[in-house]
Design a protein around this ligand. Structure first.
Ligand SMILES: Nc1ncnc2c1ncn2[C@@H]1O[C@H](COP(=O)(O)OP(=O)(O)OP(=O)(O)O)[C@@H](O)[C@H]1O
Ligand SMILES: [Mg+2]
Length: 398
């Protein structure tokens, strides 16, 4: 890329104070570079972002300043800080992920969801101004959606964006393993999270519903639910709590209401799937946009994580096939029968139609592959593709 060295110097200056907006603009540039296939440059900028976050780990962030403005006093979380543990078993109650270890990439989400996320980031980036006006940023956020749709990635991105660590607790481990001491563990977990500037992430948040439904533990259950809700409320002036769940329907309305922000994460749409596939195939010089579109088409109804798995299998298969003449369509057809990715059977079957019918279908289906793309997907010349499509068309016309 022309003048990339100068651009990097500019970015270094912009990132010097680790400001959220500057980081955000660099993230946008990374996405744009990736979209243009400038992967080496994009990777260089990701490294700069990570270095920036690491070197600022010891610097006070906006959140700590706003916390002290709100009357709280928080210490900085470093790798040498001991983790909170269960008193009896010494099992850790949480893990800590530092911003330097997070690749700050927001999953591909629909515009409306992105706007809601940006609004929340903006509140926390401007928490001082909000506090000065007698208000406070949203304390809690519930992120719900199917497995593998990017919920954890979103929570981590959020923390990286603010330049602070994640304290990650799996609520199911905390609750079901030590039923008798759960409330005490929750107390220890929140006390830890409140002491440091961090984003507290409660994974498997639906575990709380399990406790409620257990008829043998009525007294205990009430204590646990109350302890959790009270602890969440008491985070005021400390930081945000993000709950993650795949089973939102298990949560009752009292718990739903407690979350000030609720974000529904959907399965990715076609355009998003193309981009996810493109990114997954990025490192592969041989792969094309047509491959990404084909994978996006066959992975209709699947999560981003499943699509990534499929793309990875595709890359491996292509690598190992080497110079044997197998077209990308044939590779995807074979993979679609693999049991580890749940491809829609109708789409999988379609891939086994005869080549002419399939060519015609792809040229006219909602995706509208171009002749050039079809040529690359079937490993044929564009002339052959053009002939197939018109032959098939005339057959239809008869
Ligand atoms: N919409 C998306 N855009 C880009 N990547 C995605 C998307 N959805 C999922 N992924 C990728 O899939 C992988 C799994 O995502 P993640 O762990 O965040 O999902 P999750 O919703 O937390 O899943 P689970 O409910 O199983 O915990 C990550 O590598 C993530 O980047
Ligand atoms: Mg997750």
């Amino acid at each position: 890329m022309l003048h990339f060295a100068i651009l990097k110097s500019l970015i270094r200056v912009a990132l010097a104070d680790n400001s959220g907006p500057a980081r955000h603009q660099v993230e946008r540039l990374i996405e744009a570079l990736r979209a243009d296939g400038e992967t080496k440059e994009a990777a260089a900028l990701v490294r700069m972002l990570n270095q920036g976050a690491r070197s600022h780990e010891l610097a006070p962030s906006r959140i700590s300043r706003s916390a002290s403005a709100a009357g709280g006093s928080q210490e900085r979380l470093t790798p040498s800080v001991p983790l909170p543990v269960d008193k009896e078993t010494s099992a850790p109650l949480a893990t800590v992920i530092f911003p330097g270890d997070i690749v700050p990439q927001l999953p591909l989400f629909p515009e409306a969801l992105k706007e809601n996320i940006e609004a929340l980031v903006l509140e926390w980036e401007n928490s001082e101004r909000i506090a000065a006006a007698g208000m406070r940023p949203s304390l809690s956020c519930l992120v719900y959606g199917a497995p593998g749709t990017g919920k954890t990635t979103l929570a981590f991105w959020f923390a990286a964006r603010l330049g602070i660590p994640v304290v990650l607790a799996r609520l199911d481990g905390l609750i079901s393993s030590y039923l008798g001491t759960t409330a005490r563990n929750l107390g220890a977990l929140f006390a830890f999270a409140n002491r440091y500037e961090c984003v507290l992430v409660l994974d498997e948040f639906d575990a709380i519903a399990k406790v409620r439904d257990d008829p043998n533990e009525v007294g205990e259950i009430k204590r646990v639910v109350n302890a959790l809700l009270q602890n969440m409320d008491a985070r005021e002036g400390r930081g945000i709590t993000i709950g993650l769940t795949n089973h939102e329907s298990l949560l009752d309305t009292a718990i739903w209401r407690r979350f000030e922000v609720q974000l529904a994460v959907p399965l990715p749409g076609f355009e998003q799937r193309v981009e996810i596939a493109r990114r997954s195939l990025d490192a592969d010089a041989e792969s094309t946009d047509a491959d990404a579109k084909l994978l996006a088409w066959v992975c209709e109804g699947l999560s981003g994580a499943e699509l990534q798995t499929m793309a990875l299998k595709f890359r491996k298969r292509r690598l190992l096939l080497d110079d044997i003449e197998v077209s990308p369509v044939t590779t995807v057809a074979q993979l679609s029968r693999s049991t580890s990715v749940h491809i829609d059977p109708e789409r999988a079957d379609r891939l086994f139609l005869d080549e002419v019918t399939l060519t015609k279908y792809f040229a006219t289906s909602e995706i509208k592959f171009t002749h050039g793309e079809l040529a690359s997907l079937f490993g044929r010349s564009t002339k052959t593709i053009g002939r197939r499509i018109s032959e098939e068309g005339s057959r239809h016309d008869e």
